[in-house]
Design a binder for this molecule. Structure first.
Ligand code: TLP
Length: 339
């Protein structure tokens, strides 16, 4: 059966053109700093994000974990929202790798208030852990691809700055945020000390993420990447796909958002499903209103040709991406409407 694949934008496959680019990539040993494709990608990423330097890493998870390891010392505390990827989906890496404890704040649609943040920051006291990092996410995966404007986050970042606390942005889908806000990514990134973004989500590359920040931060991050075994050799074959993926990304993502709005509009009219969040980018979280367990619903959708991920006790997540056509989105809506 030909499935409509909406489980994640990580499921895109390299196009024929991308495969040609990969085949011709110039490479060298990146641990020696001699891979021209990696060097080009890191330079471009830093430029796009308006930071001094960037580091190519295998995954978004590794980028976030390296950021936490560099910004903190073991025993410190990091603050993040309770449904953030770094807290929820990174297999406890913050505790295991950075050796920090996590202070989670319960947000409203993925974000806590400036007052809650201020109240969570530890004062100087011999009993307390030190708060050394606050981690944000934009777009916010669990909050249905929610997009935060720079104005919305400005008060939070101002508080961190005043308190001398580092800030990291998990910008796995920062280009989606940029397209939705009609801003360039550097504007979204500008007040964060570091940010990560992924090539292997909506951008359509098979592997890779970039961590961006000051030259000093990236020097330390490079060393930390080595500790984690993420120093890759002729990884230019991956970077070349990344360079290709960045070219013209905005138009492709705008199309993904359009398709998500179409599907969101159809879901709004259904009896058995409703939207859990307004559709702001390429992620839809939809609540199932019937009485069957959600795993059963996911299996039933699959039987009818639609692949989605369960997302919590009664919801599913649907993600549009470059390998989904408009017709497939119509089919997805039809399948959902039929159960
Ligand atoms: N998210 C994946 C799953 O892990 C949930 C997905 O399918 O969406 N930050 C954010 C906001 C992410 O959504 C993800 C991946 C990551 C980081 C981690 O990236 P990878 O998978 O490259 O380690």
């Amino acid at each position: 059966m030909q499935f409509v694949e909406l489980r994640s934008d990580t499921l895109t496959r390299p196009t024929e053109e991308m495969r040609q680019i990969i085949a011709r990539a110039e490479v060298g040993d990146d641990v020696y700093g001699e891979d021209p494709s990696i060097n080009q990608l890191e330079k471009l990423a830093a430029e796009i994000m308006g930071k001094e330097a960037a580091l190519f890493v295998p995954s978004g998870t590794m980028a976030n974990q390296i950021a936490a390891m560099v910004h903190t010392s073991p025993g410190d505390e990091i603050i993040t929202e309770v449904t953030s990827h770094i807290f929820l989906y990174e297999a406890g890496g913050l505790a295991r790798l950075a050796g920090v404890q996590t202070h989670v704040l319960k947000g409203e649609r993925g974000m806590f208030s400036p007052d809650e943040l201020e109240g969570a920051i530890r004062g100087e006291n011999i009993h307390f852990p030190r708060t050394t990092l606050v981690a944000f996410e934009n777009t916010h995966n669990r909050a249905g691809g929610r997009v935060f404007s720079p104005e919305e986050l400005a008060p939070h970042l101002e508080i961190c700055k005043r308190a001398g606390i580092a800030t990291h942005l998990d910008g796995a889908r920062i280009f989606n945020a940029a397209v939705a806000l009609e801003l360039t990514p550097d504007i979204i990134a500008q007040d964060f000390d570091s940010l990560s973004f992924c090539l292997s989500k909506g951008l359509g590359a098979p592997v890779g993420s970039l961590l961006c920040g000051s030259a000093e931060f990236i020097r330390e991050a490079r060393r930390t990447r080595k500790i984690l075994g993420g120093g890759m050799r002729q990884a230019g074959i991956l970077a070349s796909a990344g360079l290709f993926a960045l070219d013209g990304a905005e138009e492709r993502l705008a199309r993904d958002h359009q398709l998500a709005r179409v599907l969101g509009g159809a879901i709004e009219k259904m009896e058995n499903f409703r939207l859990e969040f307004p559709v702001e980018s390429n992620i839809i979280v939809s609540r199932y209103l019937g009485d069957k367990p959600i795993q059963e619903i996911v299996a039933l959708l699959k039987e009818k040709g639609l692949l989605v991920n369960p997302f919590g006790p009664a919801s599913i997540r649907l993600v549009t991406h470059q390998d989904v056509t408009q017709d497939e989105v119509f089919r997805a809506a039809e399948i959902m409407g039929s159960i």
